[in-house]
Design a protein around this ligand. Structure first.
Ligand code: PLP
Length: 472
């Protein structure tokens, strides 16, 4: 492609993206293609000769677009949002255009220093104290893995009598509602998933602090090594918040590493009403939240904060001859702050978003999302044939359809599974479900960039109408 062609097609693409984002609601939010359908339409090998961009782009529209789930659609209420913004897209485009790799300060001083600044901005935004230093990771899963690896290495370093074989005596604690990334991290850190202790939860799906203490005592009595506790500041199922202040106390009493997984709800800490959560979190060792979920910075961008930067670096640092630079002793080389060597210039899109929205703009958007969830919550409460299954938390509503006279959970599960499947296959809105206390739970997250009151009330009408066709 020549630079003239790049200019021409680039403009076309920007126009396409703007039209797409302004009209995402006109696509079936969840694709209804059958497995293999897209693959069959893609040639089995790359072309020998160059093809025109026009043809490639037409194929994108013709073949790929119908197989997309439209995450940016205001009709998307599934999982957690992964919202984006024009500011972020432009930052990403620029990052891609300049194509720098940011693994050490020298590979692009501005990329490293903008990342330092952005992580300070984000830390202040969520009101964590300046005892924390931040680094951008790709995902919360990676951040959590980094945390557990750091806990493991620090334990070994601080206790020279321990040997590698003692890793299999180490114990990690989280609630039985914690995200699967915790289990994966414990598994691949070599500690072993059998050493992950899942603590029971109360009626609000928050970890029971006294059960945590009992589990730790029990492990100590059995010659096991309590290593780390992971608190959820917003579980995936229902955005439940673990009793972080009590867990901090337990962690300090038993000398446990404390990681907070705030992947989704951590974003809400930009709002003054959640200041208490920031204060509660200020004593943990590591904290992760994902601006790529709910802060308009497009995927991927996970903000990972550590209290002991040296413990993180000592876990990952390896300095082969070919990576040494003149400045290693007095700059941040982010290659040693995580798993990967090569790193994208992600700070740029954060800079664009934080400046483009301003703190106030971000706060207004998140408050609006929370108010939209309140609307759905109120509809659930007002409807005698619907039941709330968890307290409203941030912008997630958990509920089920429960027609009068039906109390059998097995039957209700089947009905609610069917309702969600039917709604999703209509392509009108997209919801996901989970199980809370064995009950099929419809989850509705109001966090996409363009969602508004009209969209959520229309969505509620679709849910209620579909559900009521199941009344017995
Ligand atoms: N932790 C929680 C509480 C989550 O809800 C999720 C994903 O939704 C994750 C971790 C994993 O996030 P990521 O996809 O960034 O690894």
């Amino acid at each position: 492609m020549t630079s003239d062609e790049f200019r021409k097609h680039g403009k076309e693409l920007i126009d396409f993206i703007a039209d797409y984002l302004e009209n995402t609601e006109n696509y079936p939010v969840k694709s209804d293609v059958r497995p293999g359908e897209i693959f069959e339409r893609i040639p089995q090998s790359a072309p020998i000769e160059s093809e025109d961009f026009k043809d490639v782009f037409n194929d994108f529209k013709d073949i790929i677009l119908p197989g997309l789930t439209h995450w940016q659609s205001p009709n998307f209420y599934a999982y957690f949002s992964s919202n984006n913004s024009y500011e972020s897209i432009l930052g990403e485009l620029l990052s891609s255009g300049i194509g720098v790799n940011t693994f050490s300060w020298e590979t692009s001083p501005s990329a490293t220093e903008l990342e330092e600044a952005m992580m300070i901005w984000l830390r202040k935004l969520i009101h964590l104290p300046d005892t924390f230093t931040g680094v951008i990771q790709d995902t919360a899963s990676t951040s959590t893995l980094c945390s557990i690896l750091t806990a493991r290495e620090k334990k070994l370093r601080d206790n020279p009598e321990l040997q590698q074989k003692d890793i299999s005596r180490m114990r990690v604690y989280c609630s039985n509602q914690a995200h699967s990334s915790i289990e994966r991290a414990v598994h691949i850190s070599g500690i072993g998933a059998n050493n992950l202790v899942k603590i029971d939860v109360d009626e609000n799906y928050s970890m029971k602090a006294d059960s945590l203490e009992k589990a730790i005592e029990n492990d100590i009595a059995n010659n096991l090594l309590p290593l780390c506790v992971v608190s959820a500041l917003g579980t995936t199922g229902s955005l439940a918040i673990d009793p972080i202040d009590k867990i901090c106390r337990t962690a300090s009493e038993y000398n446990l590493w404390h990681h907070i997984d705030a992947a989704y709800s951590g974003n809400a800490l930009i709002l003054d009403e959640y200041r208490y959560l920031s204060e509660m979190s200020s004593r943990c060792d590591t904290f992760v939240f994902n601006p790529h979920k709910w802060l308009f910075i497009n995927f991927d961008f996970s903000a990972y904060f550590v209290r002991d930067k040296q413990a993180l670096i000592s876990t990952f640092e390896i300095l082969p001859e070919y990576l040494k630079t003149l400045h290693d002793s007095h700059v941040n080389n982010y290659r040693d702050w995580g798993i990967q060597l090569g790193r994208r210039f992600r700070a740029l899109k954060a800079w664009f978003v934080l400046r483009g929205f301003g703190i106030r703009g971000l706060q207004e958007k998140l408050s609006c999302h929370i108010e939209l969830a309140q609307i759905i919550h109120d509809r659930v409460i007002e409807s005698p044939d619907f039941e709330l299954l968890a307290p409203l938390s941030f912008n997630l509503v958990c509920f089920r359809y429960k027609p009068k006279g039906v109390d059998n959970d097995e039957l209700l599960n089947k009905i609610n599974d069917d309702i969600v499947n039917q709604i999703n296959s209509s392509g009108k809105i997209f919801l996901t479900k989970t199980k809370l206390a064995g009950k099929t739970t419809i989850r509705m997250v109001t966090g996409t960039s363009r969602v508004n009151e009209q969209f959520v009330t229309d969505a509620w009408d679709i849910i209620a109408r579909t559900a009521r066709t199941y009344s017995l």
